[in-house]
Design a protein around this ligand. Structure first.
Ligand code: TRP
Length: 347
């Protein structure tokens, strides 16, 4: 029997700049998983052209900036594979095959498409609609088994599982003939949603996700913000007039208090309960000073490493090229097997 190795795959779009939400919601987990798994991390530039297009030079800069952020946060491009999606054409090739596996009805249920397309659905790109099929291909072209993602990607992961299962079922005979006795050519990739602050909310409104598209820069802490900017944004973060509660149940109906103490816990590597025990009963102003201190201590080294890397785009391009070469070495033989299973002639 052919054994499936555990393999982590995840990706993030290069549009805009990365912020605290990306760090605590995703990157911190990506970094941690390097210790225990083989990891493949991808800047998903093919996904980045499904909605508004950036100027070509701006897109290139964003791809490099995303790669720099991953490295600055602790992704080791030697032990892990770090690359940009468009350099490994196997993703797009498998996505086409998955376009023919997934059903319209499945994609019609995707809430992210509905949100992103909004009222003007007729004018959304076909790529935006088929986006989840490409995402499934990203993972399955490596036969990825574990996918650290944010809460909002769960539905897309379910779709990837459905695609894997339908592919395995529909081509079962060919798959078994290839030596997969149990018919499991593609694994069922599992979402890994970890961390106390998987949902980091806006600093201006504790009910909205921290987002790179929020027009107010005060709503988020960017990974490029310097110590002064970080402290200022925390100082000006929205709060409510009451003192902090001493227990998590006191956070009900207080989204800003919940968000800020959650961020503190995640940055300090402790629990929200412990944070509330320490700061409960106190004023927000005292807590905010402490929060600014941990945030600066944690994020300042990331910012300075990003600045250092950004000064040398050629070095980033070399890292991405090396990652792409190693990614292709895994994806190419898997895609060849898919071609055999489906019945394409290849040389
Ligand atoms: N859709 C993901 C997001 O917006 C990014 C992504 C693309 C991804 N391909 C992926 C995440 C594969 C995990 C695995 O966050």
């Amino acid at each position: 029997m052919i054994e499936l190795k555990p393999r982590v795959f995840s990706g993030m779009q290069p549009t805009g700049s990365l912020h605290l939400g990306n760090y605590l919601g995703a990157l911190i987990n990506w970094v941690a998983m390097q210790k225990t798994h083989e990891c493949i991390y991808c800047v998903v530039d093919l996904h980045a052209i499904t909605a508004e297009w950036l100027e070509p030079e701006e897109l290139r800069q964003s791809i490099r900036r995303a790669a720099a952020a991953y490295i600055a946060c602790g992704i080791d491009p030697k032990s892990s594979i770090l690359f940009n999606q468009s350099q490994v054409t196997e993703h797009a090739e498998l996505a086409w095959i998955f376009n023919c596996v997934a059903r319209l009805g499945w994609l019609n249920r995707m809430t992210q498409f509905k949100e992103k397309a909004g009222k003007d659905r007729e004018n959304a790109s076909v790529g935006l609609y088929a986006y989840p099929n490409l995402m499934a291909a990203d993972i399955l072209v490596y036969r990825g088994t574990h996918v650290p993602v944010g809460e909002d990607q769960k539905q897309h992961l379910e779709l990837a599982r459905d695609i894997a299962q339908k592919f395995n079922n529909d081509w079962r005979e060919a798959i078994v003939a290839k030596g997969y006795a149990d018919g499991m050519f593609f694994p069922q990739p599992e979402p890994i949603i970890l961390g106390p602050a998987t949902r980091v909310m806006s600093l201006r409104d504790g009910t909205k996700k921290m987002s790179k598209s929020d027009p107010s820069d005060l709503s988020r802490i960017n990974l490029t913000d310097d110590a002064e900017a970080i402290a200022r944004k925390i100082q000006r973060a929205k709060t409510d007039p009451d003192a902090l509660p001493s227990e998590p149940k006191g956070l009900e109906g207080r989204p800003e208090a919940d968000n800020l103490t959650g961020i503190y816990a995640a940055l300090a590597g402790t629990t929200q309960e412990a944070v509330l025990k320490e700061f409960g009963g106190g004023q927000f102003s005292t807590f905010k000073k402490a929060l600014a201190d941990v945030a600066v201590a944690k994020l300042a080294p990331i910012t300075s490493e990003m600045t250092r890397l950004s000064a040398d785009p050629a070095e980033i391009d070399r890292i991405l090229a090396d990652g792409a070469r190693r990614a292709r070495a895994i994806a190419h033989p898997i895609l060849n097997e898919v071609k055999d299973i489906v019945g394409f002639v290849r040389s």
